[in-house]
Design a protein around this ligand. Structure first.
Ligand code: SF4
Length: 224
């Protein structure tokens, strides 16, 4: 039950909560614009036992609300269930970040009440061409749609988010995604061209603040 890296406290990764951020190494996608290159490729080979991290909070449990488990893609880690159980046994809440490729794992975690919140990345419109381009592999779209369905019908806190990368996501994609996840929280985040998995993406000019605001406004006007 090892963690690749962690950040003791974060105010940004779980809305309204202070959380310890745990990074699990390795990902089954190869998004060319990914800004977590080392984690996605599994290059970070630290192995910190989860018990060692939990021990830091033993006498200061009220410092944080819970743990955010992110990656890479946490659901490909065989020890994910055990790591979460260990955290839960210590009385903390758990939020999971996922690319949505493993609906069975997500459903099991929800059914067994092992997660309190799930954030799923939607990389682009759900067509093969768009999604494969966004993820750098041939994606099983049926699995992605299944995870979306599971989260939409679940009563746990969940939200969807899209990194808005020029050439991968446009206004039309945002509208389609927003329509699909209507009723749940949806966030757009700006692409930052830094340390990208495909080095060509370092030269991609991100959308301006104005472009982002316009997309958000269109989204609110037409969908929410
Ligand atoms: S952005 Fe893509 S490649 Fe990077 S960690 Fe997330 S799913 Fe994996």
């Amino acid at each position: 039950m090892f963690i690749a890296d962690y950040l003791e406290t974060s105010l940004l990764d779980w809305e309204g909560k202070i959380a310890c951020l745990l990074f699990l190494s390795g990902c089954n996608f190869r998004c060319p614009w990914c800004q977590n290159k080392e984690l996605a490729l599994g290059i970070i080979k630290n192995s910190i036992p989860i018990q060692e991290i939990l021990a830091k909070f033993e006498n200061k449990k009220n410092w944080i609300d819970g743990f955010v488990i992110t990656g890479g893609e946490p659901t490909i880690n065989r020890d994910l269930g055990k790591i979460i159980s260990e955290i839960k046994n210590n009385g903390f809440l758990v939020k999971l970040d996922t690319n949505g490729s493993n609906p069975t794992v997500i459903k099991e975690l929800i059914d067994n009440k092992l997660v309190d919140s799930v954030a799923m990345d939607i990389k682009s419109s759900l067509t093969e061409e768009k999604y494969n381009n966004a993820c750098g592999i041939n994606v099983d779209l049926t699995a992605i749609k299944k995870t979306v369905e599971i989260l939409l019908s679940s009563s746990i806190d969940c939200f969807f988010r899209t990194t808005v990368v020029p050439g991968i996501v446009d206004e039309d994609d945002i509208l389609k995604i927003a329509e699909m996840v209507k009723g749940k929280k949806y966030r757009m985040q700006k692409f930052v061209p830094h340390n990208t998995l495909d080095e060509n993406y370092i030269h991609i000019k991100p959308y301006s603040e104005q472009d982002m605001k316009k997309m958000e406004e269109i989204c609110y006007a037409k969908v929410f």
